[in-house]
Design a protein around this ligand. Structure first.
Ligand code: DX5
Ligand code: ZN
Length: 239
C-alpha cells in the first residue's frame, strides 16, 4: 500500500472482495486471488444492523492474515466502527474504511486511531450520500470509497449514474498528486471498468466478477487493462 505522504500510484489497483468466495476454504481463496493478480484483498464486514446482512468479523480476518502478504482492506458496514477499531487493527488490516452514515461522534476518533497505528483510514459513502458529507473529515482521509451498489450484498447491478457523478468529483476533491485514493465498490467488472477508469479511480473492488469467473486471472487482467486505458485517456482530457 502506498505509504501516507507517498505519491499516487500510476496504475489502477484491483481489490478482490471475498464476499462471493468459498468461505469454507477462505485461505485457499485468498491465495487464488493473489495468484490471479489481485493487488489487495477487500474484506466486507457486516453486522446485520447497518446493512441487512451478516458476514464475518476481526477473528476471521486475523485467522487468514498470514496466508498472503498483499494488503488487507477492511470495509466495515457496521453501526459501531469506533467500538471495534482496535480489534481490526490488531487483526492486521492495512486499511480500515467505514461509513460516514454512522453516528458522527465516533468518526473522527476512529479515523485518528487508524492513522496513529500507521494504517490507511477511509470513509465510504452509500449511493444516496453526497460527497460533501465527507468534508469535515478531509484532513484525516487516505481513502474515499464510493459505493456503486447499496451495501449489503455481492452481485448487484452497478449504478452508472452514481459512478459518473462521484468518481471524478471525488478524485478532484482529494489531493490530485498525493497518496489519497478513490476506491469504487459494487459491480466492478469488465463491463463497468471503462466508466470507472474514466473517473480516475485508483482502486476497483471486484467480488462476484472474480470469484464467479471461469478464469480469474484473465478477468483481473481485462478489468485492469480497460480501466487503465480509460484512466489515462481521462487524465489527458483533464490536462
Ligand atoms: C457490498 C460490498 C462489496 C461487494 C462487491 O456491500 O461492499 O464489496 O460485495 O461485490 P460485487 O463486485 O459482486 O458487487
Ligand atoms: Zn465492500
Amino acid at each position: 500500500m502506498t505509504p501516507p505522504g507517498g505519491r499516487r500510484p500510476a496504475e489502477v489497483r484491483i481489490a478482490a472482495s471475498i464476499l462471493d468466495a468459498n468461505l469454507g476454504a477462505l485461505g485457499d481463496e485468498i491465495r487464488r486471488a493473489e495468484a490471479a493478480g489481485a493487488d489487495r484483498i477487500h474484506l466486507d464486514v457486516m453486522d446485520g444492523h447497518f446493512v441487512p446482512n451478516l458476514t464475518f468479523g476481526w477473528k476471521t480476518i486475523e485467522a487468514v492474515r498470514a496466508v498472503t502478504r498483499i494488503p488487507f482492506d477492511a470495509h466495515l458496514m457496521i453501526d459501531e466502527p469506533g467500538r471495534w477499531t482496535g480489534e481490526f487493527l490488531d487483526a492486521g488490516c492495512d486499511s480500515i474504511t467505514f461509513h460516514v452514515e454512522v453516528a458522527a461522534p465516533q468518526i473522527r476518533p476512529a479515523l485518528e486511531r487508524i492513522r496513529e497505528a500507521g494504517r490507511s483510514a477511509g470513509l465510504s459513502v452509500k449511493p444516496a450520500t453526497p460527497l460533501s458529507a465527507l468534508a469535515p473529515y478531509r484532513d484525516l482521509l487516505d481513502i474515499v470509497l464510493v459505493m456503486t451498489v447499496e451495501p449489503g450484498f455481492g452481485g448487484q447491478a452497478f449504478m452508472r449514474e452514481v459512478a459518473e457523478a462521484k468518481l471524478g468529483a471525488g478524485r478532484d476533491w482529494l489531493d490530485p498528486e498525493g497518496a489519497c485514493e478513490v476506491q469504487v465498490d459494487g459491480g466492478g467488472r469488465v463491463e463497468t471498468a471503462e466508466v470507472i477508469g474514466r473517473g480516475g479511480t485508483d482502486v476497483i473492488v471486484a467480488g462476484s466478477a472474480l470469484f464467479r469467473a471461469e478464469d480469474m486471472a484473465a478477468e483481473v487482467e481485462r478489468i485492469r487493462s480497460i480501466a487503465n486505458a480509460a484512466r489515462r485517456a481521462g487524465a489527458t482530457s483533464r490536462a
